[in-house]
Design a protein around this ligand. Sequence first.
Ligand code: PHE
Length: 354
Amino acid sequence: MTDAGEVRNQLKEALDSGLGAVEQAVDLSTLEEARVHALGRKSALSRARSGLGRLSEDERRDVGKIANDIQSSLEAALEHKRALFTAQEQQDRFERERVDVTLPGDEIEPGSIHPLTRTIWEIIDIFIGLGYRVVEGPDVELGRFNFDALNFPPNHPSRGPTDTFYVGDVNDDKVLRTHTSPAQIRTMQAQEPPVYVVVPGRTYRRDAMDATHLASFAQIEGLAVDEQITMADLKGSLQTFARRVFGKDLDVRLRPHHFSFTEPSAEMDVQCFVCRGSDPRCRLCRGEGWIEILGCGMVHPFLFEWVGYDTTRYSGFAFGMGVERIAALAHGIADIRYFYDNDLRFLSYFRGLG
Ligand code: PHE
């Protein structure tokens, strides 16, 4: 056989075996193997092409054209299959990743402001409206500020480690504050009158927990010091507060009480907003007609002397209230422990209020 005939035969075989390989490919990766087999450097086509050099110029042109045509045919066959497999793989992936957009989504419950936080904000807001500013004190407080500066007698029972949480050794004088009143001292030490501040904060007592007591609870303190502050200012300010929280035409009354840091001292009651004193069997006031809401009084001169205020020039009043109690009264909640259970059935009741 002539050289040209031999190369033609080789080319024919290269075409057949190349098409055969393409034909047998079943996916993109076996198709790539077929491409190497049909067109690669070691393919029958390459080998046949290398025989072209032995041919005369005319033969080389003819047979070379055949070689090019075969290459084009093989490339076309490969491309055709590649397009097919690519479309197929995409289709498979779509099937695998199919999402049923008609399925219901996961429900995400919106959170809400905790009822105690809400109550703190509400109370603070009222006093901001009366010209007060908000300050805070530390939860770990010096006994000096928590007791001494507030005129507690040296042997007062609440100073003891059975009533108060001590941090470290009892002699270190560090306690978890038992009330927000030490912030009165810190505020007065830091500035001259006029003082109008409210102090929200967490407080701690070694109390057994029940429906009305917790070992950790929230208070809001208030302090007003200025020239010519009288008990009428105290009553007027706190009445404004009580009416905003509990009802706009309710009366308040002051009952004599004792706190070492105020003189005179009082507890303030608001008229029962359920029965207004008309129901001897009222569930809220138990026929009393009044509900205790806070402690208050005129700042004791002992405190002014302790911080270096001029007692002849300044007078003031202070008050303190338990946030859980106010929130429980305002929302008719019988047990303040509910505020700390974090039961969504309870918390979601407050969602969207106010
Ligand atoms: N600190 C007092 C208490 O915890 C409340 C109070 C504050 C009373 C300010 C009078 C003045 O019970």
